[in-house]
Design a binder for this molecule. Structure first.
Ligand code: SF4
Length: 101
């Protein structure tokens, strides 16, 4: 993906978070130029145990909780917001002693 990002920059992709400057066609060309399939990265279904590029970033919420929430989302099961109901043991209790009570 580094090659794609570099190629997109070479083609003029800058400040892409700004809608008025985002040019999808530059990214399509960057993928084509580097021989990578954009659908493989953006549209394929991923296995639950696939190591994701951002897996090393710990935001506190546990992977087990995220997977359980995904399963609930598939069946349209709702998790009550812990600000309005009981703690859901999302994992943040390891960082905040006030959580989980
Ligand atoms: S109370 Fe804290 S640990 Fe429990 S679900 Fe809410 S944020 Fe997560």
């Amino acid at each position: 993906m580094g090659k794609v990002i570099y190629r997109a920059w070479q083609l003029g992709a800058v400040f892409d978070a700004w809608d008025e400057l985002f040019k999808y066609e530059l990214w399509q060309k960057a993928f084509a130029d580097t021989g990578l399939d954009i659908k493989f990265y953006a549209q394929r279904e991923r296995a639950q145990d696939e190591l994701l590029p951002w897996a090393h970033i710990d935001v506190g919420v546990s992977q087990e909780y995220i997977k359980a929430e995904y399963a609930k989302a598939i069946t349209a099961e709702v998790t009550i917001d812990c600000r309005e109901g009981p703690c859901n043991s999302c994992g943040l209790e390891k960082w905040d002693a006030g959580c989980g009570k």
